[in-house]
Design a protein around this ligand. Structure first.
Ligand code: FMN
Length: 382
């Protein structure tokens, strides 16, 4: 399989499946319980159709948006995801550099494998840090302080992982980070020698945001669910979120808002944006999809905060549909993670090229010269 043969997200998914040991591929690809919500996240976009206008003079179009006070050249950005150097040895370095080439934002996770300081000094595009609130208050504070120092533009507090989701593929494969060296995992590495050579011979996988505070995930192998269940602070509440928002004192985002009530409370505590998200279906299976829930949230708070539609995006038309409903931008994880696993930075750039071309072509076919031309009268639900 070659990069030039990857024309859509599914092609990258198949490529990633070939390159990665099974447990790592299924960690990216899998979701919670029966994965109903995961499938619905993308299927929801098929519940409506775009209604184009023609003869609109679309030679030059503008795809830019402004979210969290940042101008992005694309209405799509790269959501924060954990453990990227496990998928490809360049990890966050590759993803950040690719995002910068396309003038869009990218996020790094609290569980990133490259440090806040390195990303801050090497990546010029708007950067978002995703915060997990740990029981260890000093650890949480240290991450916020490091982001201030490194001039991150925005901070997203993830609020949908108060406990770990039931990711049964990970239970079946025994996925941990760092991977445990068992007979089964060694056999799976041997079947993917290119990945294994890089994993064993290149810079060791680290969690630089955590390693001064915890052994888990750094030198002690742990499943992601165990990490959430033992390390994160389940007493986190609105007061805590408000305190973090004030302490951060720059654009603040709540990631994982799904209800209108919570969206209103996000406005009350001073959030600049909300990411309507169910963590890519990896947490509460049976919960509603971001696209299904978007209209009521936009109607309630769309004039007060930037509403982002996060998850399920696989096509340019998905982005156009979400923007037509009133989202300010879209974001996603797997669309670039499969590409990262397939071919590192070149892979992420190809995935972004494909999606940028789709958004541009689809806007022209819709008769839209700018994102402002997309509105609900461009959509009909079936
Ligand atoms: C492998 C993987 C790791 C993720 N890690 C994190 C994380 O550390 N923090 C976080 O807030 N969200 C994390 N997410 C969720 C993404 O930020 C995003 O919400 C989700 O991927 C959107 O769904 P999509 O993959 O269908 O685009 C992760 C998602 C995946 C697939």
């Amino acid at each position: 399989m070659r990069l030039t043969d990857c024309h859509n997200t599914e092609h990258f998914r198949r490529f990633a499946k070939r390159r990665l040991p099974g447990p790592i591929f299924h960690y990216i690809d899998g979701a919670a319980d029966d994965e109903v919500t995961y499938r619905r996240n993308t299927a929801a976009f098929e519940t409506c159709d775009l209604v184009p206008n023609v003869l609109a003079g679309v030679e030059h179009i503008d795809m830019s948006v402004t979210v969290m006070g940042q101008r992005l050249e694309l209405p799509l950005f790269l959501s924060p995801t954990a453990l990227q150097r496990l998928f490809h040895y360049d990890g966050e370095r590759a993803v950040g550099s690719a995002a910068a080439k396309f003038g869009t934002m990218f996020g790094i996770s609290s569980l990133a494998t490259v440090s806040i300081e390195e990303i801050g000094s090497s990546i010029s595009t708007p950067k978002l840090f995703q915060l997990y609130v740990h029981k260890d208050k000093e650890l949480t504070k240290s991450m916020i302080d490091r982001c201030k120092e490194a001039n991150f533009e925005a901070m997203a507090l993830t609020v949908d992982t108060i406990v770990g989701g039931n990711r049964e593929r990970d239970l079946r494969t025994g996925f941990t980070s760092p991977p445990e060296l068992t007979l089964k995992s060694l056999l799976s590495f041997a079947a993917h020698p290119a990945w294994a050579v890089n994993y064993f011979l290149r810079e060791k996988i680290r969690l630089p945001q955590l390693e001064d505070y915890v052994g888990q995930g750094t030198h002690i192998s742990v499943s992601v669910a165990d990490y959430f269940n033992t390390m994160l602070d389940q007493s986190m509440d609105w007061k805590a979120a408000e305190a973090i928002c004030q302490y951060w004192n720059k654009p603040f985002v709540l990631k994982g808002i799904m209800s209108v009530d919570d969206a209103r409370r996000a406005v009350d505590i001073g959030a600049a944006a909300i990411m309507v998200s169910n963590h890519g279906g990896r947490q509460l299976d049976g919960s509603r999809s971001p696209f299904d829930q978007l209209a009521e949230i936009v109607d309630a708070v769309g004039d007060k905060v930037d509403v982002i539609c996060d998850g399920g995006i696989r096509r340019g038309t998905h982005v156009l549909k979400a923007l037509s409903l009133g989202a300010k931008a879209c974001s996603g994880g797997r669309f670039y993670l499969y590409a990262l696993a397939a071919a590192g930075q070149a892979g992420v750039e190809k995935a972004l090229t494909n999606l940028r071309n789709e958004i541009e072509r689809d806007m022209k076919l819709m008769g839209c010269k700018s994102i402002h031309d997309l509105s609900r009268n461009k959509l009909r639900f079936r």
